[in-house]
Design a protein around this ligand. Structure first.
Ligand SMILES: [Zn+2]
Length: 271
């Protein structure tokens, strides 16, 4: 928090929100209220500008900057588990613009665009605790403890996927124009993304313990990364699936809607 008395007096939390992670997996831990809630401050004019820059959103830096500004009690937003992200962004929106969210929903029957008013308090009250266990026992008795992805790793994966799409599109364009395509470059991009995926899953492994009675718990990331590159597909998938499950935000965004044009009733996801 700022030591400037003007800023300290001006900036007050507008919303307190319960984190789906309950503060687990942060390093360092966020400072929570006595009720275990996170204080959310309204966006500044500068924050609003950042959120409107599409390029900045792409690399995730905007998200980090926004959380730094509106959630000063999270010392290192890059380490925030992704399952908290949607809840925190929704709370920042509420702190800045109030409870009413207006969303455009296309009718599934007639295609009419309906404007729906959603109360973000209702959404935030629907956050469920993620009951997925972070502990896995593999078929051969290895014990693995995992965490959700963090914002930094998720962003790295997204950047890589965008790059890969650009390469694929470029190659398809070249092929259409009758140009010789660079198979090597094509292959390289897929190897890169596969390696990154393994590395990111490895980053989510907190510890591994071998089956022997009383064996030590390994937490060295370098040893874990080396190990994960040698395990079977089945074990790898089990670990990755658990990480994915832990990364879910548990925010129920399904809403009942009625079309103003054709009166069709449908369920819609407003995410
Ligand atoms: Zn309709």
């Amino acid at each position: 928090m700022s030591t400037n008395p003007l800023i300290a007096a001006y900036k007050k939390p507008a919303v307190y929100v319960a984190l789906p992670s309950e503060g687990k997996w942060y390093d360092p831990k966020p400072k929570l209220s006595v009720d275990n809630e996170l204080a959310i401050y309204p966006m500044s004019a500068k924050d609003e500008l950042i959120t409107k820059t599409p390029d900045a959103l792409f690399n995730g830096e905007a998200t980090v900057a926004l959380i730094e500004s509106c959630c000063p009690d999270i010392p290192n937003p890059r380490q925030m588990p992704v399952n908290d992200l949607l809840v925190v962004l929704l709370a920042i929106r509420q702190a800045s613009y109030g409870n009413d969210l207006s969303v455009d929903i296309k009718c599934t029957e007639c295609g009419h665009i309906n404007q729906m008013a959603v109360d973000s308090n209702v959404l935030l009250s629907r956050v469920e605790e993620n009951t997925t266990s972070p502990d896995i026992k593999l078929g051969n008795g290895f014990k693995v403890s995992v965490s959700p992805y963090n914002i930094q790793d998720r962003t790295r994966l997204q950047v890589q996927q965008v790059k890969q799409n650009q390469i694929v599109q470029g190659l398809m364009q070249a092929e259409q124009n009758g140009q010789q395509i660079e198979q090597a470059e094509f292959g390289k991009s897929f190897v890169e993304i596969a390696e990154l995926t393994v590395e990111l899953v490895s980053n989510c492994i907190v510890s591994v313990q071998t089956p022997e009675e009383g064996s030590s718990v390994i937490q060295d990331p370098a040893l874990i990364l080396e190990w994960i590159k040698t395990i079977t597909r089945k074990d790898y998938d089990e670990i990755r699936d658990r990480v994915e499950k832990l990364s879910e935000n548990n925010l129920d965004t399904m809403m009942n809607a009625e079309c103003q044009e054709c009166q069709a009733k449908y369920k819609t996801n407003i995410e």
